[in-house]
Design a protein around this ligand. Structure first.
Ligand code: UDP
Ligand code: MG
Length: 325
């Protein structure tokens, strides 16, 4: 999956396409122009058809036949944006890889500036941060803003705010990313997780060229859940915190119940019933919290992410080796 890149090229541009037939000609024209300017003939354009219902695949085949730089990939069915992008990234051979949306919301013309930033900052990832989002509804912008902030509060990985998948990566960053085997993929979070030097690049997001958003609320919610469950076990820990709180409360209640019993103000049977309810409630919460702690660790294990990622090795036989996991 990673590493053995034969006949690599200088630049890969990767775009997942779902029902984008109206955008593809413009996408190809604009992306080609930029790629030619930056890398000459030494580039490839990897376009993935994610089980589109329209003529996207026919258009991709046509583009691939007309332009030898185009690699067109057809997925067996709609796998969703993140998996379609992963398929394209798996096949990309570039030393630098640009990820872009097919609907041209992310202007490909920013690539030279992103490359300059990468060189100047000696970075492995240059991620584009949305300054303005044209043509998107208030509801979409508000839910997106809320989501990124909730995610930041819940996770230890610092995932940049208001950042999509529009980013430029080096080969080693991409190889490292591809070594993460998890099924539920939140790519912008996973790329943040791999580390190395990652720098932001502010831009204004354009409106979609044609067609409609393929991220209706249900898909956004799923992505949000993948992001939160993939990068945080905080929700599981909720039971532990509730247990601590409830145990403290039930101790107070027990004192009150005991006081009622001793002063003879309690109804017959109330004391024992209340003690059982309160005591068992706290114990149950505690056990649930315990299970949550284990389940959270089990979940992290099951993902089988690489344990660490080496940035550079100096001295010894592996000198210059930039990737080791
Ligand atoms: N996309 C995809 N599979 C899907 C949904 C979307 O490959 O199931 C692609 C889509 O063609 C586009 C990118 O993912 O290139 C982002 O989707 P979209 O523009 O619909 O999302 P938005 O920009 O509205 O968040
Ligand atoms: Mg879009």
């Amino acid at each position: 999956m990673t590493g053995q890149i034969t006949n690599s090229v200088k630049l890969s541009i990767v775009a997942p396409c779902y029902n984008e037939e109206k955008c593809l000609d413009t996408l190809h024209a604009r992306v080609s122009a930029v790629a030619q300017a930056v890398a000459g003939d030494d580039h490839e354009i990897v376009l993935i058809n994610d089980g589109s219902k329209d003529a996207t695949w026919a258009a991709l085949q046509r583009l691939a036949a007309a332009d030898p730089h185009v690699t067109a990939i057809n997925l067996s069915r709609n796998h969703g944006h993140q998996l379609a992008l992963t398929a394209g990234l798996d096949l990309a051979r570039g030393e630098h890889i640009l990820v872009i949306d097919a609907d041209l919301q992310d202007p490909p013309e920013l690539l030279p500036d992103m490359l300059a930033t990468m060189t100047r900052e000696d970075a492995d990832v240059v991620y584009a941060v949305r300054r303005v989002r044209a043509g998107e509804s208030v509801a979409k912008r508000a839910t997106a803003a809320l989501f990124y902030r909730l995610l930041a509060a819940l996770t230890d990985t610092s995932i940049p705010l208001d950042t999509g998948d529009f980013r430029l990566m080096t080969r080693r960053a991409l190889d490292t990313f591809l070594a993460l085997p998890e099924q539920a993929r939140f790519i912008r979070g996973m790329v943040a997780w791999i580390g190395f030097r990652q720098v932001p690049f502010a831009y204004d997001r354009d409106a979609r060229l044609a067609g409609e958003t393929n991220y209706p609320f249900a898909k956004m919610l799923r992505l949000a859940l993948d992001a939160i469950t993939g990068f945080s076990t905080a929700p599981l820990r909720f039971a532990s915190h509730a247990a601590v709180f409830l145990t403290a409360m039930s101790l107070l209640l027990m004192a009150y119940i005991g006081f009622g019993f001793l002063t003879g103000r309690a109804v017959q049977g109330w004391t024992s019933t209340m003690l059982v309810v309160v005591g068992l409630g706290a114990v149950q919460m505690f056990v649930l919290g315990l299970i949550g702690e284990y389940l959270g660790r089990l979940y992290v294990e099951v993902k089988r992410r690489p344990l660490y990622i080496v940035s550079d090795v100096i001295g010894g036989s592996r000198e210059g080796s930039r990737l080791g996991h």
